[in-house]
Design a binder for this molecule. Structure first.
Ligand SMILES: *Cc1c(COP(=O)(O)O)cnc(C)c1O
Length: 421
């Protein structure tokens, strides 16, 4: 059942190509039958047949490679996994091939990936550190679900190195550190390399996991900074068109991959082949989509920054962002997410949301088209008002996921909506 050798093989070869070339070509031939088809096939099947009884027995005994049942592996899923290996994979020039090998597993959702990682790494009684500001459901999972299994979360603001140092010293046996950078929705940045060094100096065994959903492997590759596991909601930029719910974990450790595969097999957070096919299609255009999103986001952040009805703009690409220098060092570009506080609070935020034409009023992010939402009443509504205030998410805060439309159209849309308040 352990099919990771094939899963891994592809990226060693592809790492010699540039990022955009890997997006297009890596993984495309993995597990595919010989055919004249230019694009890879969708294997929408639950099970796979054996040529004879001997082959079936051999595959089960792991003497021969082969697919058995889609919960445990499927060629369409594997194509997308192999592509992701090549995208998150570490730079081949840094080390010998054995040390650059990474493995990806795809999941039915980002939350399935995060929860599976937790189940794979922790047991009752284990402590773990988690970022102070996380995606809503990740927060709920760590607060409400993980403790039911005896796992003990410790909240730490990883953007503040002194706080992280204090936390790991107070919990030197913590098994995992899980955080996001940039965070949702205020786009705060953690110095990944520094965070890894800080916690591993106290506990070399700790597994550091980064939710890389907002950045994507195009803008930031945490495995290159010493991180052990990268998590993605593939629902967002990786698939890019708002068509699927999916998740991924990428790791450079075989023992973690094997532990995750056990969860996949026996807990069942497996993705659908069709969703993985759409994901693979989306990943082909990742760099040109993200380039345009970032370019548009930068222009819109500057437009908002000088607008009289805007109190404050949150975008790591702005010189006014407190961690602009760190973002510049750590990320290729600054991402497609822009936040702003509007003067006049919720009433004005409502006016803007109800009067935009190009933006869709919807949660989620990372689509080719622009989305607008209000964290305090939507994605972060379940936070206690005090916790929300402490995190700095005000009632006048609006979150934009900038798409790849013409930038002047997006600006005009915001301009006319802002006039309404
Ligand atoms: C969407 C998201 C998730 C959860 O992913 P799903 O695919 O919705 O389960 C986790 N982290 C971040 C940063 C996200 O944006």
């Amino acid at each position: 059942m352990e099919d990771s050798k094939r899963r891994d093989a592809i990226q060693l070869f592809y790492l010699k190509y540039g990022f955009a070339t890997r997006c297009l070509h890596a993984g495309e031939k993995v597990g595919q039958p010989k055919s004249k088809s230019h694009t890879n096939a969708i294997f929408q099947t639950s099970t796979f047949t054996f040529d004879d009884a001997e082959e079936g027995a051999d595959i089960f005994a792991q003497k021969r490679e082969g697919f058995v049942y889609t919960r445990m592996g499927n060629p369409t899923v594997m194509v997308a996994e192999a592509k992701l290996n090549a995208l998150e994979g570490r730079e081949i020039k840094l080390a010998d091939p054995e040390n650059v090998r990474v493995s990806s597993l795809l999941f039915s959702s980002g939350m399935a990936a995060t929860s599976s990682l937790t189940y794979a790494l922790l047991k009752p009684g284990d402590e773990f550190l988690r970022g102070a500001v996380l995606y809503g459901s990740s927060d709920h999972f760590f607060v409400d679900v993980a403790p039911k299994f005896g796992m003990k979360p410790v909240v730490v603001n990883t953007c503040k190195p002194a706080e992280l140092k204090k936390a790991i010293k107070a919990h030197p046996k913590a098994k995992m550190l899980f955080f996001e950078t940039p965070t949702n929705p205020l786009l705060e940045i953690t110095d990944i390399e520094d965070a890894v060094k800080t916690v591993k100096a106290v506990n070399p065994e700790i597994v550091v996991a980064v939710d890389n959903t907002f950045a994507t492997p195009y803008l930031q590759q945490p495995l290159n900074h010493g991180v052990d596991v990268v998590m993605h909601s593939t629902t967002k930029y990786l698939s890019g068109h708002g068509t699927i719910i999916g998740g991924a974990l990428v790791t450079r450790h075989d023992w973690i991959k094997d532990a995750l595969f056990k969860i996949m097999k026996d807990h069942g957070p497996s993705p659908s082949p069709f969703d993985c096919w759409l994901l693979n299609l989306g990943m082909k255009t990742l760099p040109i989509r993200v380039d345009k999103c970032c370019q548009n986001a930068m222009t819109i952040a500057r437009f908002l920054e000088q607008h009289p009805k805007v109190e404050k703009v949150y975008y790591p690409g702005l010189e006014s962002h407190p961690q602009h220098e760190l973002a510049k060092r750590q990320m290729r570009l600054f991402g497609g997410m822009v936040g702003f506080d509007i003067k006049g609070g919720y009433a004005c935020a409502q006016k803007v949301m109800n009067n935009v034409h190009i933006f869709s009023l919807a949660v989620s992010l990372g689509c080719v088209d622009s989305l607008i939402q209000h964290p305090a009443s939507m994605t972060h509504a379940s936070m206690a008002p005090e916790a929300r205030a402490k995190a700095g998410i005000g009632d006048g805060h609006i979150r934009l996921s900038i798409g790849i439309e013409e930038e002047e159209d997006i600006i005009h849309d915001l301009e006319q909506a802002l006039k309404k308040c």
